[in-house]
Write a protein that binds this ligand. Structure first.
Ligand SMILES: *[C@@H]1O[C@H](CO)[C@@H](O)[C@H](O)[C@H]1NC(C)=O
Ligand SMILES: *[C@@H]1O[C@H](CO)[C@@H](O)[C@H](O)[C@H]1NC(C)=O
Ligand SMILES: *[C@@H]1O[C@H](CO)[C@@H](O)[C@H](O)[C@H]1NC(C)=O
Ligand SMILES: *[C@@H]1O[C@H](CO)[C@@H](O)[C@H](O)[C@H]1NC(C)=O
Ligand SMILES: *[C@@H]1O[C@H](CO)[C@@H](O)[C@H](O)[C@H]1NC(C)=O
Ligand SMILES: *[C@@H]1O[C@H](CO)[C@@H](O)[C@H](O)[C@H]1NC(C)=O
Length: 442
C-alpha cells in the first residue's frame, strides 16, 4: 500500500477533477437552485417578503440536514417575524425595547421548519426540514417557500426596499450569484380568476460543483456478466486507500463507532465505510444477467457501504447506448434525460416511494436492486467489447469511478468474432463454452 495506490487514485481522480471543477455538467447544463425574493408589501419602516427556493437540477437534490440559507444585510436591517422558516440566532437585539425582532444578525442563517411544525409557524410550501427533491422524483417537494417581515433600521421609509447580498445555501458545493432584478412574480387568487403581483422580485442562482463539494469521489462501479466468470471490482483506491492517514474503515465483525449524532444535527455525517480495496461509501454493480432472442436482462445493485448514513431519495444517472430501448425496469423508477434532444443514451433511476427510495446504512439491508429488460437494437447491440456495460454512472449527481475499459468482462475469445455471439443469438454456445471453461478449470 504505497506509491502505486496513490498513483491509482491520482490517475482515476485527475480527469474527473478537471472536467468538473468549473461546475458545468453536460448532462444538466442549466441545472441550478434558484432563490427568489419577492417584495410583497411595504409599510412604514417594514416590508413583507416571500422567499422561494427551487431545485432546478435534473438529478441533484438536497437531503438532510437540509439547506441553511444565509445572506448579508446591506445596512442594519432586522427580521421582525418569520413564517415557514426560522433564523438560527436571534443575535443582538438590545437596541430594541419592548417587542424584539426574530433576528438582528447581520448575516442570519435561515433554516426550514420540520414537518411537524405547529400550524401558527407554518406557511404554504414550508416545513420539509430543508430537503428539496428533484422535480422528476417528486414535483411536490422540489421547491420551498417562507415569509418574513424585514425591518429597515433607522430609515423611516422602506423604499427602495433593501435586498440582502452574498447569499449562500449552506450545502457543500454550491456558489450563488449576486441578486438580480427580474419581472415581478404573479400570484393567482380566487382560483386563478385574479392575479396579484409582487412589488419587485430578485433572483439568485446557485450552481453546484462536485469539486468544491468533495475533493475525492464517493462512489464506484463494479461489473460482471453471465458470459465471463470474473467479477470486475471497483478500481483499487477509487475513493481512498486503506492505510493512508485518515483512512478509517470498519472490518467485518468490528462494531462501527457510535454514530448517534445529536438531535437536530446540522452537519452531514462524515462517511464511516466498511473496509474494502476501494473505500467508497457507495458501490454500484451492473451484472449482464441473461440474453434472450430479442431482449437482454441486466441487474443493477446499489450497495451502501457507509455506516453513517441512510440515503433518502437516492438516484442514479446512467449513460448506456441501449437505454433508448429500455423495455421494463422492475423495481426502480426510470426517466430518460433527453436534454434538447442532443442526449439520447442517458437516463435516471430512483427508488419507489415507501419501498426502496431509502438506501439504508451499511448492513444486511443496505442495498437496493432492480432487474432491467432491454430490447436489442439490431443496428448496434453486441456483447463484445464491453458494449453491454454502462459508460458512466453517477450516484446522487456525483460521478462514480468506473473500472478501466481493458478490465471489462470479455466474451470468450473463440466466439467473440462470430456474428452469432455479437448479435446475441446462439449465446447458449458462449454459455456452454464458459461453463466448460469453468468446469475444466481453465
Ligand atoms: C436556472 O434554471 C432555470 C430553470 O431550468 C433556467 O430557466 C435558468 O436559465 C437557469 N439559470 C442559470 C443561470 O443557469
Ligand atoms: C449590542 O448592540 C449594542 C448597540 O446596538 C451595543 O452597544 C452592544 O455592545 C452590543 N452587545 C454585544 C454583546 O455585542
Ligand atoms: C458580497 O457581495 C458583494 C457584491 O456582490 C461583493 O463585492 C463582495 O465581495 C461579497 N462579499 C463577500 C464576503 O463575499
Ligand atoms: C437509518 O434508518 C434506520 C431505520 O429507519 C434507523 O434505525 C437508523 O438509525 C438510520 N441510520 C442513520 C445513520 O441515520
Ligand atoms: C443518438 O445521439 C447520437 C449523437 O448525438 C446520434 O449519432 C444518434 O443517431 C442518436 N440516435 C438516435 C436513435 O436518435
Ligand atoms: C431502439 O430505439 C431506437 C431509438 O428510439 C429505435 O430507432 C429502434 O427502432 C429501437 N430498436 C428496437 C429493437 O426497439
Amino acid at each position: 500500500m504505497g506509491l502505486a495506490s496513490i498513483l491509482t487514485l491520482v490517475v482515476f481522480a485527475a480527469p474527473f477533477f478537471l472536467s468538473r471543477s468549473d461546475g458545468f455538467d453536460v448532462l444538466d447544463p442549466n441545472g441550478n437552485i434558484t432563490i427568489k425574493w419577492d417584495v410583497m408589501a411595504g409599510y412604514g419602516d417594514k416590508y413583507d417578503a416571500k422567499v422561494w427556493i427551487f431545485n432546478y437540477q435534473l438529478f441533484r437534490h438536497i437531503e438532510l440536514p437540509g439547506w441553511r440559507l444565509s445572506f448579508k444585510w446591506p445596512e442594519d436591517e432586522v427580521i421582525w417575524n418569520m413564517q415557514g422558516a426560522e433564523a438560527t440566532l436571534q443575535g443582538n437585539c438590545s437596541r430594541f425595547t419592548g417587542f424584539r425582532p426574530h433576528s438582528c444578525e447581520k448575516k442570519p442563517v435561515l433554516i426550514d421548519l420540520l414537518p411537524a411544525a405547529p400550524f401558527k409557524l407554518r406557511s404554504a410550501n414550508c416545513c420539509k426540514g430543508g430537503v428539496l427533491s428533484t422535480h422528476n422524483q417528486n414535483p411536490d417537494t422540489y421547491g420551498a417557500s417562507f415569509e418574513l417581515t424585514v425591518g429597515v433600521g433607522t430609515t423611516s421609509d422602506a423604499v427602495p426596499f433593501p435586498i440582502p447580498d452574498n447569499f449562500t445555501l449552506g450545502v457543500p458545493g454550491y456558489t450563488c450569484s449576486p441578486p438580480f432584478n427580474v419581472t415581478p412574480s404573479k400570484y393567482s387568487e380566487d382560483s386563478g380568476r385574479r392575479w396579484t403581483q409582487a412589488i419587485s422580485t430578485w433572483e439568485v442562482t446557485c450552481v453546484y460543483s462536485q469539486f468544491r463539494a468533495w475533493p475525492t469521489p464517493r462512489c464506484c462501479v463494479s461489473l460482471s456478466s453471465f458470459y465471463d466468470s470474473t467479477i470486475v471490482p471497483c478500481p483499487k483506491c477509487s475513493c481512498n486507500c486503506q492505510g493512508l492517514p485518515g483512512a478509517r474503515c470498519v472490518n467485518p465483525g468490528e462494531t462501527p463507532p457510535i454514530l448517534q449524532l445529536p438531535h437536530g444535527t446540522l452537519q452531514e455525517p462524515t462517511p464511516v465505510v466498511r473496509c474494502s480495496q476501494h473505500m467508497c461509501p457507495v458501490r454500484v454493480h451492473w451484472h449482464v444477467k441473461q440474453s434472450y432472442r430479442e431482449y437482454w436482462r441486466a441487474k443493477l445493485t446499489i450497495t451502501n457501504m457507509n455506516f453513517a448514513k441512510n440515503y433518502t431519495q437516492w438516484n442514479i444517472v446512467m449513460q448506456h447506448p441501449n437505454l433508448q430501448n429500455i423495455t421494463q425496469v422492475f423495481s426502480f423508477n426510470y426517466h430518460p434525460l433527453n436534454q434538447h434532444g442532443t442526449i439520447n443514451d442517458t437516463g435516471m433511476f430512483w427508488g419507489i416511494q415507501f419501498y426502496n427510495d431509502m438506501l439504508l446504512q451499511s448492513g444486511d439491508y443496505g442495498n437496493v436492486q432492480t432487474e432491467i429488460l432491454l430490447n436489442k437494437d439490431p443496428k448496434m447491440f453486441t456483447f463484445s467489447e464491453g458494449w453491454a456495460f454502462p459508460r458512466k454512472i453517477s450516484f446522487n449527481g456525483e460521478q462514480c469511478v468506473m473500472p478501466s475499459l481493458e478490465d471489462y468482462p470479455r466474451l470468450p475469445k473463440t466466439s467473440a468474432t462470430t456474428t452469432a455471439a455479437s448479435t446475441g443469438d446462439g449465446l447458449w454456445i458462449v454459455t456452454i463454452l464458459v461453463t466448460l471453461a469453468i468446469v475444466s478449470g481453465l
